[in-house]
Design a protein around this ligand. Structure first.
Ligand SMILES: [Zn+2]
Length: 165
């Protein structure tokens, strides 16, 4: 594996920074922020190990989709998984009203493999400088990229903090 600071590096094409449905070898080249950008300071603590814990579950009550919603969201997650439930957000979260869930997502809540993956310095510093830089990260045990962020599958080892938040 090697690193590049050039978002247009032609070797970056293969993975594209998104979660994957199937095991895939780790990418050959990963994009990181430049030394100068990382030297501007971290907005999160430097951390180099994350644990695959699986998706966080719904926080609010779930209900079935109405016929109207079923029609409106009929493409599902766009990867062949229809939405089956709607998580109803409380009034304080307006204008957001809720979130659709696929059965596949509901089945993977909390179902990470528990493996801790560690990263090299440049990748770790990139997370610390810009927590939203990556859309997904790799689990060595599952051999796949999974989503990061508040609805992602990883926490920083030793914390409850989601990677990418
Ligand atoms: Zn895993």
């Amino acid at each position: 594996m090697s690193l590049t600071t050039d978002p247009k590096d032609p070797r970056l094409g293969k993975w594209g920074g998104k979660p994957e449905d199937k095991p895939t070898p780790q990418d050959d080249v990963y994009l990181v922020l430049s030394d100068e950008e990382r030297a501007k300071g971290f907005v999160r603590p430097y951390r180099d190990a994350y644990r695959h814990v699986g998706l966080p579950g719904p926080k609010y009550p779930l209900r079935d989709l109405t016929d109207q919603e079923r029609e409106r969201f009929k493409t599902g997650d766009g990867r062949g998984n229809p939405y089956v439930k709607f998580e109803v957000y409380p009034k304080e979260l307006e204008p957001l009203t809720g979130k659709c869930w696929t059965q596949k997502q509901l089945d993977s809540v909390g179902q990470g493999c528990g493996t801790v993956t560690t990263m090299g310095r440049a990748l770790s510093e990139t997370y610390a400088r810009d927590p939203h830089f990556y859309g997904a990260t790799y689990c060595y045990n599952c051999m796949r990229h999974f989503a990061v962020g508040k609805d992602g599958e990883f926490v920083w080892e030793g914390t409850d903090e989601r990677v990418g938040t």
